[in-house]
Design a protein around this ligand. Structure first.
Ligand code: BGC
Length: 343
């Protein structure tokens, strides 16, 4: 079942709607048209008690004033582009340097500030679309984006990304949900598995150095599930740069989940499946309690963890990484599934 409700209005007067997709298990997902944002996910714990397992905001104003991309659809280029520039076929493009005036983070302030158009496809599927003009944020090509959210009876939420451009361009899309399977507190006791033998270390601007470093023997080894907080404070140059985990993991190939998170207290479990080659684990390191989140409660440090499925960061400047440049007319597609259960 999908129900549409008015959610609020942006400061410049654009109306924002909220679509709730609910299955017969009472699992529900709120998606708002501002930023094509997954705003809330209501999932049962092992006793059947439901809680909202996303940290974020309950008003448009919250998103507009305080957002660190909570729940948002992120593009045109998720993660960072070094120096806010890159070249395609010898043409240099300068894109918005929205991070410290140095790097382009999450494609700049376009997609996640846009009000997307929503179409209810059927009882469990909602399509959001947005057309970005040629040159927006400095990127080449007019790009038509579509993101389809489908909630299945087995409590999986499938997110399908689609983009097509009229010029050769780069596309990297993700969702930036901050999960907190307890629905409260911080996520340091959540156990996490990431199916990655290696990760991409970063420089002081959080740009990958190009090295593909084995996780073996480092705090980045999540191949066997462990509490997120176990090694987060370890003495490690990479953790120091990120103030915790804020790194891309190079996913191993295979059909199993890319990542599994589990909250031992509530019993809630999240499995993440993707056809993409990377995932950014970000543990809310820069939250400090000063931004009011849902119900006005401060978004505390480590209030949520993000598993941002993606191409590795900065691909247009790193030809050795798997590339996400598409030709004019070529379709970009990718798919990520978040499956909720209890243990
Ligand atoms: C980045 C973080 C950033 C966060 C919110 C993550 O994807 O890697 O460094 O603080 O997004 O913008």
């Amino acid at each position: 079942m999908i129900v549409k409700n008015y959610f609020g209005e942006t400061a410049d007067g654009r109306a924002v709607d909220c679509y709730t997709i609910k299955n017969t298990k009472e699992t529900a997902v709120d998606i708002i048209t501002y930023g094509a944002t997954i705003n809330s996910i209501y999932a049962a714990d092992r006793n059947g008690v439901f809680a909202d397992i996303l940290a974020g905001f309950d008003t448009v104003e919250g998103h507009e004033k305080y957002s660190d991309y909570e729940g948002m659809t992120v593009g045109r280029y998720a993660n960072r582009i070094a120096g806010g520039k890159f070249s395609i076929d010898g043409i240099e493009y300068n894109v918005e340097k929205n991070e410290n005036g140095k790097t382009c983070l999450h494609g700049g302030a376009e997609l996640s500030r846009a009000v997307w158009k929503a179409i209810i496809i059927d009882d469990c599927s909602l399509e959001m679309s947005y057309s970005s003009p040629d040159g927006a944020m400095g990127f080449p090509g007019k790009v038509d984006f579509k993101v389809t959210f489908t909630l299945f009876e087995d409590n999986s939420l499938k997110v399908d990304y689609y983009a097509v451009s009229d010029k050769k361009t780069v596309i990297n899309m993700t969702n930036h949900a901050y999960f907190n399977l307890a629905g409260k507190g911080d996520i340091l006791n959540h156990e996490l598995m990431i199916n990655a033998d290696a990760y991409t270390p970063i420089d002081a601007d959080s740009i990958p150095t190009g090295e593909i470093r084995p996780v073996e023997g480092t705090p980045f080894d999540f191949r066997v599930s462990k509490p997120i907080g176990r090694d987060i404070g370890a003495e490690d140059e990479q953790l120091a740069i990120g103030k915790g985990y804020d790194h891309n993991f190079c996913l191993n190939e295979g059909d199993g989940p890319a990542a599994v998170a589990y909250d031992p207290e509530s019993g809630r479990m999240l499995e993440v499946f993707t056809d993409l080659c990377g995932v950014q684990l970000y543990t809310g390191n820069f939250l400090d309690g000063t931004k009011p989140g849902k119900k006005g409660e401060g978004l505390i440090k480590h209030a949520g963890f993000c598993l941002e499925t993606q191409y590795y960061p900065n691909t247009p400047n790193m030809p050795e990484f798997p590339q996400c440049t598409i030709d004019a007319g070529e379709k970009f597609t990718s798919c990520t599934v978040f499956r909720f259960s209890v243990k």
